[in-house]
Design a binder for this molecule. Structure first.
Ligand code: ZN
Length: 160
């Protein structure tokens, strides 16, 4: 496994649509491992494949402080959103900044895991926020387009 370079805002690959993964290949398996390494190394709670320059529908998330509960989502699809939360959001592709974004407080997602087994992931609060933020990346959407008010400089307490 290896650390990959994280693409930064202004890199047009972050604005492209992504393709679904049809079946697991060694290449995609390596991508997933590298994305987990890269996310943990950068101290983020989530990473989407376009952020490492790959236009595939692959997301990794870990919202635990210990960094011991990785979630791998392939071809994720939001089934349900409810409630509302308004809070600070940040992104590894927008370093040193954060902004206020309103998201659903609950999200239920269907996806495939790294073995291409169908899974359902549901979460509230930070996990719900991370799910929505990362799935947005797969449509070429950055959170900065959803910020209420201005982006602010930050020491990056929470990065996705
Ligand atoms: Zn992000």
């Amino acid at each position: 496994m290896a650390i990959r370079k994280i693409r930064k805002i202004g890199d047009e690959i972050l604005e492209h649509a992504t393709k679904p993964v049809k079946f697991m290949t060694p290449r995609t398996s390596i991508l997933i491992g590298d994305m987990l390494d890269t996310m943990y190394e950068a101290g983020g709670v989530g990473l989407a494949a376009p952020q490492v320059g790959v236009l595939k529908q692959v997301v990794v998330i870990d919202v635990t402080e210990e960094g011991n509960n990785p979630i791998v989502l392939i071809n994720p699809e939001i089934l349900e959103l409810s409630g509302e939360q308004t809070g600070q959001e940040a992104c590894l592709s927008v370093p040193g900044k954060s902004g206020v974004v309103t998201r659903a407080n609950y999200a239920k997602v269907k996806a495939y895991d790294e073995h291409m087994k169908e899974i359902i992931v549901e979460g509230e609060d930070l996990l719900a926020r991370a799910l929505q933020h990362e799935i947005d990346h797969l449509s070429g959407i950055l959170y900065v387009s959803k910020v209420e008010g201005d982006l602010v400089d930050t020491s990056q307490e929470m990065a996705e």
